[in-house]
Design a protein around this ligand. Structure first.
Ligand SMILES: [Zn+2]
Ligand SMILES: [Zn+2]
Length: 288
């Protein structure tokens, strides 16, 4: 049962597979600009919504990692499938890394804290250290609930396959413009949006809650990520399905979750009570 200890904040060695993929994707994202058609732009926007909004926001983050609501298994699987098409790894990998981030936020062992450098927290952390994307045995220790499910193990091991299938489908239907915009440019844009949650919202913004990490609330990151920018709220109340805590804190993922609840597709939706919110709030005189 013993698995070896891994330092997820390790800066030893470069993962060449991940690095090459990111270089190729960034280069082709620039090429995409020369193949712009309005249909290709619409395809990219719709896929950004599905893969980042549903896949990462409603899926990997609020459901698979934090279990902030319940939904039918088929919806869980569907969101995980959407999320793999962001090139952020499979469900067991993503969940494990993010749970470690919450355990060790801005402390030694945090995979991506800006205390190790702005660029480290944004993207460099993804290419350094051991290549673990498909290692369900090591990662499963941090996400045992997902690791016991065969679908998640297979999807984590073969996480890049759905994106390849999507790419070939787009190429067949809409040619090069759809492939370049729907896969390469859209994936690069989505990666930077998610990475901003690790970098920008641990650097710049406001703090509503007194947490032991550097997390901040940021409207512009929230707008890019369907509500994930209310990161100080989230670190203070990690199991809350709602990250934007007032009507002014726009949280599209929360709005979609309310719609899912109304449709009977979500239940046991977790939100903090008024006293839990008051307990952790930064004292009024310090908030200014
Ligand atoms: Zn964080
Ligand atoms: Zn989280």
């Amino acid at each position: 049962m013993q698995t070896r200890e891994i330092d997820f904040a390790s800066k030893e060695g470069i993962s060449w597979g991940t690095t090459s993929a990111f270089v190729v994707f960034h280069a082709l994202a620039v090429v995409a600009l020369f193949y712009t058609t309005w249909q290709a732009v619409v395809v990219a926007v719709v896929l950004h919504w599905i893969c980042i909004g549903w896949g990462i926001g409603l899926g990997y983050h609020r459901l698979h990692t934090h279990r902030s609501y319940k939904t039918p298994k088929v919806v869980e699987y569907f969101f995980a499938l959407c999320a793999t098409m962001t090139l952020q790894g499979g469900p067991i990998f993503w969940t494990a890394m993010h749970r470690i981030h919450h355990q060790k936020s801005d402390q030694p062992g945090d995979p991506h804290t800006p205390r190790d450098g702005k660029w480290w927290s944004h993207m460099l952390w993804t290419i350094f250290g051991e290549e673990l994307h498909g290692d369900t045995e090591v990662l499963g220790k941090y996400a045992p609930d997902l690791a016991k499910d065969r679908f998640y193990r297979v999807l984590t091991h073969w996480h890049w396959v759905p994106l390849v299938v999507l790419g070939l489908t787009l190429l067949a239907i809409g040619g090069l413009p759809w492939l370049l915009w729907g896969v390469f440019l859209r994936v690069v844009f989505g990666l930077h949006c998610t990475w901003l949650v690790n970098s920008a919202t641990h650097l710049w913004g406001t703090r509503r809650f007194d947490t032991r990490d550097d997390s901040k609330n940021s409207l512009w990151v929230a707008l890019l990520t369907f509500g994930e920018g209310w990161h100080n709220n989230h670190h203070a109340h990690p199991t809350s399905a709602r990250h934007g805590m007032t009507w002014r804190e726009i949280d599209l993922t929360w709005m979609q979750l309310r719609l899912m609840k109304w449709l009977g597709l979500a239940w046991d939706v977790q939100v903090p009570t008024a006293s839990q919110i008051a307990n952790k709030a930064v004292a009024a005189e310090n908030a200014a």
